[in-house]
Unconditional design. Structure first.
Length: 122
């Protein structure tokens, strides 16, 4: 990517990259690490035309989350949704990933996108 002076890196963390208590310390620590890596590589690689972003979904129903929270798909959507009734799906995460990989987001870098009704950039 550096020789080409362009590229996109999209990291995936979770809401646990910014809050504690939602999961085990190992999981939360690793997600904080992903966010730190995203921030640093965005600065380091930005001068080479490489964009770096991080998607941090609030809660997506997966086998891991259903097992951890001991809830089915509907239970996760009801209890952990704060998107005014909407639930974040794997397809939503895939769509956001594809958008960030596309030229439509060519000026977006060094951001963290939380699927909790808002986006944060710091």
């Amino acid at each position: 990517m550096i020789p080409a002076k362009r590229g996109t890196i999209i990291n995936h963390a979770s809401i646990s990259s910014t809050i504690g208590g939602a999961a085990s310390h190992a999981y939360v620590g690793s997600k904080h690490g992903v966010l730190g890596l995203t921030k640093n590589t965005a600065v380091e690689l930005g001068n080479h035309g490489i964009r770096v972003n991080c998607l941090s979904p609030y809660l997506v129903s997966t086998p891991m989350t259903r097992s951890f929270f001991k809830l089915d798909d509907e239970g996760i959507a009801k209890v952990y949704s704060n998107l005014k009734g909407a639930k974040c799906t794997l397809e939503d995460v895939a769509d956001a990933t594809l958008f960030l990989a596309s030229d439509d987001s060519k000026s977006w870098s060094y951001r963290k996108y939380q699927y909790n009704g808002r986006s944060e950039s710091k």
